[in-house]
Design a protein around this ligand. Structure first.
Ligand code: CA
Ligand code: CA
Ligand code: CA
Ligand code: CA
Length: 197
């Protein structure tokens, strides 16, 4: 594009001067000078009119949080746990896992092994009269008998005395002494572990 400049001389004659207004023509001489081909592509056009880079803009404000997502789907079920009786952990009812030998594999088979003498349990007793006598171990692991001694059928106890022996002596097996009108008898009990029987 050419800009036509008109001026009047003192003698009222009009002269015209042309001047380049190409945006790339930095020195306004109408020629495409080498330093005016800013992008070095051999052409002088509007693509050479790029100005200096602007300053960085100001950061925008943070946006608002998005809505919560929907819950995920449930996970797959875990593997089935082991039964307490399944000592081998194979899920099979092995014979030795039926600890109480009742043909059922359940929580009653989950007893731990005996840790020795159990308080209050009697493991062996002799000389008592069965159902009429009973015996337990006391806290000192001494046998406490009750119900008297065993009687022979020919010896009906019209009168007898009885008292425990060694109930407080850990070094002696506890006994139950019975003095009958036809003699005397000693019932003995022992607090033992099951493995000792
Ligand atoms: Ca020029
Ligand atoms: Ca160019
Ligand atoms: Ca098993
Ligand atoms: Ca069982």
């Amino acid at each position: 594009m050419l800009l036509l400049l008109l001026s009047c001389s003192s003698d009222n004659t009009i002269s015209a001067t042309s001047r380049s207004t190409h945006c790339w023509d930095l020195n306004g001489d109408g020629d495409g000078d080498e330093d005016e081909d800013r992008n070095d592509d051999g052409s002088w056009d509007s693509s050479d009119c790029t100005g200096a880079a602007g300053v960085d803009g100001v950061d925008g404000v943070d946006g608002v949080d998005g809505a919560a997502g929907s819950p995920g789907t449930s996970g797959a079920s875990g593997a089935r746990g082991l039964s307490c009786w399944d000592l081998s952990g194979d899920g099979i009812q092995d014979e030795d896992e039926d600890r109480n030998e009742d043909g059922v594999w359940d929580a009653s088979d989950c007893q731990g092994s005996s840790g020795g003498i159990d308080k209050g349990m009697l493991y062996a007793v002799s000389g008592t009269s069965g159902g009429s006598s009973s015996a337990v171990c006391d806290d000192n692991d001494d046998v406490m008998l009750s119900g008297g001694c065993a009687f022979q059928e020919s010896c009906i106890p019209a009168d007898y005395t009885q008292y425990p022996l060694y109930n407080d002596d850990d070094s002696q097996p506890a006994e139950w002494y019975c003095a009958l009108n036809c003699g005397s008898v000693i019932a003995s009990g022992f607090c033992l572990t099951v493995d000792s029987l």
